[in-house]
Design a protein around this ligand. Structure first.
Ligand SMILES: O=C([C@H](O)CO)[C@H](O)[C@H](O)COP(=O)(O)O
Length: 460
């Protein structure tokens, strides 16, 4: 079927409400056929905040408003009813991710005011059939979410034959943290099915342009709008990306480069939050105050200030590495000082972390070089050569293996196991985005307790 004759998505509830039915078909065709529909996914737990964010997103150009799965799980159909009341002219999507009792769940969402209802593409065929039957009965549309489907193209074509109205190429939030990309999934479906294609999962302004170029008619955006300090501005930027179809030229980066770049953007607290409060070294401080340290560990075990192995590690390390030293609990004698620091700077070593003492502090501060230690003393040990380089060591209460990531700032030092680093970095970035939105709402006058609804969510 030639794209021009594609079914234009007109949820029957549009037809059912007089003022919505007055919508100009050409405007919708233009939205769908040329620049696409922007759907804001309200993946929040608090309905009041969700409504405020939705209002800003609509002002920024969002076309459809989605009650995200977390919001529905938190507030139920009250969330859908509220969005319907607050936005009588908008298309409301209920991202139910229906897995069973298709007719019941489609009916409840339709009666609450949803125009489009999200079901799991991986649900049993009987659920799909029941959902489609209920959708026809209540005049709503079914969007099938391909999240985690083994053979997405085959399932999408099958669901099209079952009467599903929209296929959503979706990479879930946890999947994104492991590096999976929704645009890659979209590209496997583009031009292969005749019903509208939606895409969801980590979409930003750049990705939105790519999505339109890759055949998406509905672009679903959650975090890059709802966790933005400037919701309207972010929405406008994504709308602009869709209208121009121009994504930024994405410099291809290795996962290691992307991990490093993200660690440079986030704080040590963001990282420990992303690691469920794990990874933080205890009792260690930055010698030079405001610093940022990111790199992979070269570990050194030494004793009583013996500085031979620590200094030899400078020759073992590569530019960008971090030297991590266990001084066997010795906080009264230093295995490190200014000359070793100067040698690191010349080699391009990123910084030094010492479970023990450091000396020549005034000179090191003058060099503004990232050194973290437990104490400062004037005396050093002897270069006897005891200990070893690149064995697994303890450092300030944390196990550190060669190649683990080290991130340090004024809050302290965090160790991230190498095999978890990319996912931890992505999660830490999401946490930073969430905090940017909370900071904005505090600036607007809400208290942190109000924003977090602490009384409601305290662990019972
Ligand atoms: O459906 C979603 C996810 O499963 C949480 O419910 C999101 O709405 C979807 O992933 C879009 O959100 P972002 O990935 O944050 O853009």
């Amino acid at each position: 079927m030639h794209p021009r004759h594609k079914t234009i998505l007109l949820p029957c509830s549009l037809a059912s409400a007089h003022d919505r039915v007055m919508l100009n078909l050409r405007r919708i065709r233009s939205l769908v056929m040329n620049h696409g529909i922007l759907q804001v996914a309200l993946d929040l737990l608090d309905l009041d905040r969700a409504v405020k964010i939705a209002q800003e997103a609509v002002e920024g150009g969002a076309d459809w408003i989605e009650a995200g799965t977390p919001l529905i799980k938190s507030e139920g159909m009250h969330a859908v009813r509220t969005l319907r009341q607050q936005f009588p002219h908008a298309v409301i999507v209920a991202d139910m991710k229906v897995a069973d009792t298709g007719a019941l769940e489609v009916e409840m969402a339709a009666k609450a005011g949803a125009d489009v209802i999200g079901i799991l593409a991986d649900a049993d065929d009987a659920v799909i059939a029941e959902s489609v039957r209920a959708a026809r009965l209540y005049g709503v549309k079914i969007m099938a979410d391909l999240i985690n489907v083994a053979d997405p193209l085959a399932r999408a074509q099958q669901l099209e034959s079952f009467g599903v109205h929209i296929i959503c190429a979706h990479v879930g939030i946890d999947q994104q943290m492991t590096g999976k990309e929704s645009l890659n999934l979209l590209s496997t479906l583009s031009g292969q099915i005749n019903i509208p294609l939606a895409v969801a999962g980590g979409i930003d302004a750049s990705g939105a342009g790519d999505a339109i170029r890759n055949g998406a008619e509905i672009v679903i955006v959650g975090g890059n709008i709802v966790r933005s300090a400037d919701v309207m501005g972010s929405t406008k930027e994504i709308r602009r990306g869709m209208n121009t179809g121009r994504g930024d030229v994405r410099r291809s980066r290795s996962k290691e480069e992307e991990t490093h770049d993200i660690f440079m953007q986030v704080s040590a607290p963001n990282i420990t939050d992303a690691m469920h409060r794990k990874g933080a070294m205890n009792g260690i401080v930055s010698i030079c105050g405001t610093v940022k340290l990111v790199g992979k560990a070269v570990t050194v075990q030494t004793f009583a200030g013996d500085w031979a192995k620590p200094v030899e590690a400078i020759d073992v390390g590569m530019p960008g590495d971090v030297i991590v030293i266990n001084n066997d609990g010795g906080t009264h004698v230093a295995p490190w000082g200014e000359l070793a620091t100067l040698s690191c700077i010349k080699k391009g070593i990123s910084g030094v972390v010492i479970d023990g003492a450091v000396r020549d502090v005034d000179d090191i501060r003058a060099l503004k070089y990232p050194v973290f230690a437990k104490s400062t003393v004037p005396n050093a040990g002897e270069p006897k050569g005891m200990g070893e380089i690149n064995a697994e060591i303890r450092c300030c209460g944390q196990w550190v293996r060669p190649g683990d990531w080290i991130v340090g700032d004024e809050s302290g030092v965090v160790v991230i196991p190498a095999e978890q680093a990319y996912e931890v970095a992505r999660r830490a970035l999401e946490i930073r985005k969430t905090e940017e939105r909370i900071r904005e709402e505090i600036q607007r006058g809400s208290t942190l307790a109000q924003i977090a609804h602490l009384e409601k969510w305290e662990k019972r």
